[in-house]
Design a protein around this ligand. Sequence first.
Ligand code: NAD
Length: 254
Amino acid sequence: MFKLDNKKAVITGGGSGIGKAIARLFAQQGAVVHVIDVDDAACEQVVREIRDQGGVVSAHACDVTSQAEVRTRLAEIGPIDILVNNAGIAHIGKADNTSEEDFDRVINVNVKGVYNCLHAAIPQLRANGGGTIVNMASVAAWVGVKERFAYSTAKGAVMAMTLSVAKDYLQDGIRCNSISPGRVHTPFVDGFLARNYPGREAEMFAQLSKTQPIGRMAKSEEVAGLALYLCSDEAAFITGTDYPIDGGFITLNG
Ligand code: NAD
């Protein structure tokens, strides 16, 4: 079960955290993995690690906010079977203290980046007779996490894009689902704490861990397992759905 033998998979933001875990697991399960990341060095490092473990993988430096770059990279990669739209950035702020510049930056990566990849990949998936897409949303899309105005807005859009794509390409054999993680311990969280709570990282880490009723953050590998299931033939009956993986964050808090 859960084999991806010879499926060509593109993972955006595969240079770190959740994307890296997905790239590693998909390669283990037989996929031909293409890692896309704006951080060239991180991307190359992940590729080296996966190759050392016998995986078939290549690195592609690409900023998902640029439609031209995404189009070129996807054309080079060739007809794909799986797209995981995982690249994303964090931001802290409410509506009245989020600058226009920050709002645009978050929307550009977390929404336009997803659109750019869908735009370039869907014709390939369709020409291939179908395929599967997983978008990385967040519990922020469900419950609007406090002081994450731009981020929650963007992830709400990711969930809506998932539904829209699932409907529009049902007849083309393309399944599209999203995943909504609660907090996952990745460099995304560490960077966020270092930037926003310098000197209080450990205290804030413990506090963020407790916001999951289960009492900890998720591991990237746990999210990767769900992505694998959704991209495998075992999930052939699943489309147009969001899957929280959140230690009870959405339903058990309060
Ligand atoms: P991360 O910061 O560890 O990794 C994100 C990767 O995306 C990085 O390698 C980064 O270089 C890349 N990236 C950023 N901007 C890019 C761009 N413009 N073009 C190409 N690549 C770009 O983050 P993570 O924690 O692994 O998060 C991955 C996804 O999961 C994000 O969409 C995030 O919003 C979502 N998510 C994370 C958490 C969490 O707690 N970590 C929770 C819910 C959802």
